[in-house]
Design a protein around this ligand. Sequence first.
Ligand code: ASP
Length: 319
Amino acid sequence: MKHNFLNSIIILILLFFSIQLDAQTNKYTIVIHGGAGGFSKNQSDSIKSLYLNSLKEALKIGEDILKNGGTSLDAVEKVINYLEDNYLFNAGRGAVFTTDGKHELDASIMNGKDLSSGAVAGVTLIKNPISLARLVMEKTDNVLFAGKGADELGIKFGLPVVHNSYFHTDEQYKNFLNGLQKKYAGETVGCVALDNFGNIVAGTSTGGRNYKLPGRVGDSPIIAAGNYADNNTCGISATGIGELFIKHTVAYNISVLMKYKNYTLKQACEEMMYKVLPEGAGGIIAIDKNGNYEMIFTTDAMFRGVANSSGVFEVAIWK
Ligand code: ASP
């Protein structure tokens, strides 16, 4: 009898530790994208590695934050700051041009813990729009600021301010001169992270579409279209033809397919990307509350990467 009792205690202790271990696996997951579009496979190896190394570096910034017990909010902001500063991507420096030769930037961030959100559209002077979006989320009672008011808010918050020409790169200037011939989007940036505490945050930042009309706003700063996070379901950041992502409320629909129809993350993402949106519309990155992730696109390429606490660390461009 005594023996049996002791055995049960030992089994209970073992069970407790195995549950603890299980809870610790996949503590964090982070996915990033650097835009979906038509990036030809015939690039030189040096160009390819330039992009792949940048993606690795971005992922490493986020992974380090999460690994050391930081929040998904910090991870998403810092990863996107890096990508905004990196001239290769269409966000911050390296943003596309409007038809009148300027840059108008859009960004949004959302915290799945309480659905708090911040977004900015048509920013022209703030170096890192995602940081402004975060301040909108944390320091105002509002969700979305646009144009002059958004820039002024950034100045008021003391964020780094630059001249609009800071965003200029020769590569995007060439695309601008090609104008309507090169209409595809591409190189928008996004990040979704799940941290130790079970919080999912999604962020997206972009210069929009090449040769866009002044004042045009895409899906990236529209919560529910290009960006969404809910700890009960998942977090999503989108890239592609923004108008399509707005019309089909893509990011929110992925979340509600999971919430009301019990779809898995994979089923929900595939439904929206393969069945609802037309081929070539773009791509999404997503993480669910259990750390499962998806990176789906219907364009030729999507710059992307994933890392998690189980040791996954991968970046890729094509399928
Ligand atoms: N979705 C962005 C927009 O339409 C562009 C992109 O993802 O490249 O503004």
